[in-house]
Design a protein around this ligand. Structure first.
Ligand code: PMP
Length: 284
């Protein structure tokens, strides 16, 4: 596999980053994941805009222009022959060759790393036909979840807790309300109305969330952005999650309680179809 590191395209085993890199030592890094369908990028613009916002919020320098980023994404997709899959991008604050809590000088070059993951079956996904089983866990993450940092230890532990419970993923709860999934935004549907938590510092501003809510409104579906409890979700007709890597994923069970018939619901199924169809059309 060919990867990208700070200006170079290299075989993955030759790619190297300093042990003093703050991404490694302090999780001082942000990332993006952009999906690829038909060899083209889905919503590159949305991801580039969010990346800029994450960097700005952390006073981190932009590693290169948006045009250069697009070029690197396309070059990696081309070199690795990706038809369906993902492009992972990470920017770290770099390093001045030592470990210190204080940020290095502002002109310290950031580290920019990108690689691809081939995922045949991303669109025609058997897991989406089955639907996901969810457990609920406490949300003990930091207070700036709107910044897409690489602090993924707790979400990673959440997936392990789900696995141990025989489920697929976890939704997190703070002050009695669902925040989001470990790597996705969370929704339920009751009497035809789609409910999801409003944007704030408490959740990641999903690129897929934005696209799906727009498509839902265009399809005359009712959308309510408000806080909700896990009990409301358990009593719902259906539920789903959204993310760049899984698109719209139906949820069929929460904490052992089957939703509706216990199979993917019509709203989630329809939104998945529309989202994939529209994304293919708009891909670049
Ligand atoms: N919330 C969290 C915590 C996530 O990690 C992700 C995916 N990175 C999302 C939501 C979904 O965001 P997007 O649609 O931009 O992939």
């Amino acid at each position: 596999r060919t990867v990208y590191v700070n200006g170079d395209y290299l075989p993955d085993h030759e790619a190297k980053v300093s042990i003093f890199d703050r991404g490694f030592l302090m999780a001082d890094a942000v990332y993006e994941v952009t999906s690829v369908l038909d060899g083209k990028l889905i919503d590159f613009d949305g991801h580039a805009v969010r990346l800029k916002r994450s960097l700005d919020e952390l006073d981190m320098a932009e590693p290169c222009s948006k045009e250069e980023l697009l070029e690197i994404h396309r070059e990696l997709v081309r070199r690795n022959g990706i038809e369906e899959g993902l492009v992972y991008l990470q920017v770290t604050r770099g390093s001045d060759g030592d470990r210190d809590f204080v940020f290095p000088a502002a002109d310290t070059p950031p580290t920019l790393v990108l690689f691809t993951q081939s995922k045949p079956g991303l669109a025609d996904n058997p897991a989406a036909r089955k639907g996901a089983k969810i457990i609920s866990i406490d949300d003990i993450r930091w207070g700036r979840r709107d910044i897409k940092t690489v602090q993924l230890l707790y979400p990673s532990m959440g997936k392990m807790m789900a696995k141990a419970a025989g489920a697929d993923d976890a939704w997190m709860i703070e002050d009695g309300h669902v925040t989001e999934g470990t790597s996705n935004n969370a929704y339920f549907v009751k009497n035809g109305t789609i409910v999801t938590r409003p944007l704030s510092k408490d959740i990641l501003h999903g690129i897929t969330r934005k696209a799906v809510l727009r498509l839902a409104e265009e399809a005359q579906m009712q959308v309510e952005e408000r806080l909700f409890t896990i009990d409301e979700a358990k009593a719902a007709d259906e539920a789903f999650t959204t993310s760049a890597s899984a698109f719209v994923m139906p949820v069929v069970e929460i904490d052992g309680v089957a939703l509706g018939e216990g199979v993917p619901g019509p709203v989630a199924t329809r939104l998945r179809e529309i989202y994939i169809e529209e994304s293919r059309k708009a891909a670049i």
